[in-house]
Design a protein around this ligand. Structure first.
Ligand SMILES: [Zn+2]
Ligand SMILES: [Zn+2]
Length: 332
């Protein structure tokens, strides 16, 4: 479908008003903390600083793409009940990757709803307890780098709920969608794309907010940026993945962090972003990516760089910042 035809399927600003319809047909006003429409049948829920998405399956059901920050399952469950009805349950969980802010509620939600969790084969090692992620490099400065010192990169074990995405690129339960391998931020990172209207859910392959900038993180200004700096251990692969996504000529991009961006020029803007995407000079993974085994688990990583910040200062500042964010969220 060409860009012009696609644009006729994009939501208007009125459509994007946060109102949905419950199964009885009455309008449901979503609160500031609930799901927000992204495109037809696609909505976004923010948990603290990370997004998850509900994508409708066309038969009254829906799936979740990613699961939000660990410890927010009750909030996610409530938002699902508000949007889809008290008895509603997702059919499956599809992960872009298994960093703790995306896999965080996978176990709780898969047990609660008795549903499978799909990952790329090269991400499996991080959800079956056999590998931890490459360590973060917090030494480059910036907001996320600061928090990266406290974000665990340990793998999780989701047991028997884990399924692998089909090799043919189809997405279980989602007709018209395909998954695209977008490694770099993690070995088995994937993005999800709906060809019909160009909707791209890209996880952390790139972002729509600048997580390195303290001010930007606070106001969530829309901006295309490279994948999260401290948690990306293969910049060449990350750059190639953004080029691959630019070739899709998406019309809406929705990522793991930040608000969605729409437009007819996103292919070009993503090509520009790919050209700018290089390892931060002097960073742990610049020119020395993490190396992986055949199954995607970590084979070796370059040595760490010395951390310039004393630990006590980091913990103190983190407590103050998290407190501020929680207060701000409660007031909004
Ligand atoms: Zn990530
Ligand atoms: Zn993330």
């Amino acid at each position: 479908m060409d860009r012009k035809a696609r644009s006729t399927r994009l939501l208007s600003m009125a459509d994007l008003h946060p109102v949905s319809t419950d199964p009885s047909g009455s309008p449901v006003h979503e609160g500031v903390l609930g799901f927000h429409p992204v495109a037809v049948g696609v909505s976004r829920l923010r948990t603290i600083f990370v997004n998850l998405y509900a994508v409708e399956t066309g038969d009254g059901g829906f799936v979740l793409i990613d699961t939000g920050m660990v410890g927010t399952a009750v909030f996610v469950k409530r938002a699902i009940a508000e949007k889809f009805g008290p008895e509603a349950a997702p059919k499956a969980i599809l992960l872009t990757h298994a960093h703790i802010d995306h896999v965080g509620n996978a176990r709780a939600l898969s047990e609660l709803y008795d549903i499978p969790v799909y990952v790329h084969p090269r991400e499996k090692a991080y959800v079956n307890g056999t590998s931890d992620y490459p360590p973060a490099d917090p030494t480059m400065g910036g907001a996320l780098a600061f928090f990266a010192r406290m974000i665990p990169t340990k793998g999780v074990d989701l047991g028997k709920t884990v399924r692998l995405l089909p090799k043919d690129g189809s997405v279980p339960g989602l007709e018209g969608w395909s998954w695209i391998a977008t490694p770099g931020h993690s070995a088995g990172h994937v993005s999800y794309f709906r060809e019909d209207d160009g909707v791209l859910i890209a996880g952390d392959a790139f972002l729509t907010a600048d997580m390195d900038n303290w001010l930007s993180v606070n106001v969530w200004r829309r901006r295309l940026t490279p994948p999260p700096t401290p948690l990306t251990p293969d910049w060449e692969a990350a750059r190639a993945s953004i080029f691959a996504l630019s070739d899709l000529e998406p019309t809406v991009v929705a990522t793991g962090h930040g608000k969605p961006i729409s437009g007819d020029d996103l292919g070009d803007r993503l090509r520009d972003l790919a050209n700018e995407t290089i390892a931060p000079s002097g960073s742990r993974y610049a020119g020395r990516p993490a190396l992986y085994k055949r199954d995607g688990s970590v084979a070796s990583v370059p040595p760490p760089r010395p951390d310039p910040l004393p630990k006590k200062l980091i913990v103190g500042a983190a407590i103050v910042l998290v407190g501020t964010l929680v207060l701000k969220k409660r007031r909004s």
